[in-house]
Design a protein around this ligand. Sequence first.
Ligand SMILES: *[C@@H]1O[C@H](CO)[C@@H](O)[C@H](O)[C@H]1NC(C)=O
Ligand SMILES: *[C@@H]1O[C@H](CO)[C@@H](O)[C@H](O)[C@H]1NC(C)=O
Length: 291
Amino acid sequence: MTRDSGHFMLCVVLWSVVFGIVDGYRPVIIVHGLFDGPKQFIQLSKFISETHPGTSVTTIDLYDDVASLKPLWLQVSGFSTQIKSIMENAKDGIHLICFSQGGLVCRGIIATLPEHNVHSLIFLSSPLSGQYGVTSYIKRAFPNCVTHFVYKLCYNFFGQKISICNFWNDPHQRERYLKSSKYLALLNGEIYHSKLPEWREHFLKIKKLVLIGGPDDGIITPWQSSQFGFFNSNETVVEMKYQDWYLRDVFGLKTLDSRGDVVQCVVSDVKHVFWHSNFTVYENCIEKWLT
Ligand SMILES: *[C@@H]1O[C@H](CO)[C@@H](O)[C@H](O)[C@H]1NC(C)=O
Ligand SMILES: *[C@@H]1O[C@H](CO)[C@@H](O)[C@H](O)[C@H]1NC(C)=O
């Protein structure tokens, strides 16, 4: 090989690595939200295929539409089985995009799947710290229900069999929430349990956490729940960094943040059902994390 052709080859190799041609892009798995399914993510899949040709994109076809009301631990076990089989064939890992309620499902999957190889974990307007507000989607499940009465439906054995109740977080009913929550309070370590250190370890295996949301969402209440913020007892929003479970680093969020691996992408003028079909959002908040 001459010196020039050697340089040329080196160039080709570098160029190919930079543009992902040699290694290819990691597979992307999408976990849908409440009352939706793969149909709603066709546009997002197209954005990914167009910008990163050759990427394998799978929207898991499970618990679609009304079945999305099933309890979240059940959904976690179903989604985990399918995600695991994709992971096993992806030696360099995968990226996970989780929309809305799907973000809570993904938190459960990450916590309980020891062998996961998730690189970027992207939460697209997910009520990560819970929901307190009967907005349109929630109304479909609880018609004629006023926000401050929902706890009566949710905070008991039967209520916890409905997905929304698994992350209903009434700031005026702390004691009842802590006593009956079978899901969010466990993930947040608001109730102590012996699995916490193990779940934290699994959470810390992710390489990047991307939090996308914004003030015009209209469904997630408060919208800052998409950034791990939430209401205190007088309905003032307390940011992620001042949440008790962040300060105590119960599930690893503080460590991840101090590692520099928590990215917040707050965008205005996007309504809840448009997050996954808005190209500006894709370009500014998602694309660069899917390599
Ligand atoms: C509500 O909470 C905020 C922040 O914690 C606090 O500054 C304020 O004094 C509280 N207001 C009332 C009426 O308790
Ligand atoms: C798309 O997002 C931009 C902000 O990034 C926003 O201004 C625009 O209104 C959005 N479009 C839709 C249809 O949501």
